[in-house]
Design a binder for this molecule. Sequence first.
Ligand SMILES: [Cu+2]
Length: 298
Amino acid sequence: MVQKIAPKLTVLTALLLSLSPAAQAQSGWSEINMPRGVTEISRKIYDLHMLGFWICVGIGVIVFGVMIYSIVVFRHSKGVVPDTTMVHNTKVEVIWTIIPVAILIGLAIPAARTLVQISDLRGSQLTVKVTGYQWGWQYEYLKSGVSFFSKLDAQSNAARRLDSGIDVNTVPNYLRNVDHPFVVPVGTKILLLITADDVIHSWWVPDLGVKKDAIPGYINESWFEVDADKPGLYRGQCTELCGRGHAFMPIVVDARSKADFASWLQAEEAAQKPHQPAQAAAASAARQAQLAAATPAH
Ligand SMILES: [Cu+2]
């Protein structure tokens, strides 16, 4: 008897161990499941997803368990005669209505709470306008005036071409790397104003728990705050089929410490500013000349 049960227990123990986070990371489970992410919101979304998943597993086990049990135990070959008299049972109907309603309410309450938190844009400390283009993203740091385009990195771009002769497996982060990552500070609530300039795109970074459509003529809002202790590179993609180059407009968010971000922003401001006064001066001089020409001489 013990010999019969022992292998079953081993299988059960292995199954339970495989559910531990460490084992999941090793087994590649995190490759097929959604990530826990690096923001409070992304973790809440993950927990909601797992809650829904385990409820579904429970329902599946109960429903299929009862079905298989009934098929095996009450089979025709055992001489079971079907009960054709039972057509209605109020008690059972009340039970199978109340239980699903209770499950749905149990799912809806935490989901609604998270949705409200996702839409709460108050108290943001940095605002960045994100514009989708065929094929790339523009990031504009509204207060400082710093802006740049972020496009597929040169290595991926060369390898993706037909007959390039490059083994894409040798390209690091193939199709998931950009020339200019979106630099942000950790521990800061960042407001995103998301739009597009040609067709509909969608800005999606799973680790941040942000997925928002970028629609021409509309400004969608979203926000994220990377955990203060989790600087790093977080990758995402355009997730709205936007045309031929849809696969070639990835997103890379470079979350840095607040000090690193401040010095990066300062350097960018210094690098981008000199052009602006020159342009402004040229425009102003041209306008002066225009006005002078238009003013009638006395
Ligand atoms: Cu796209």
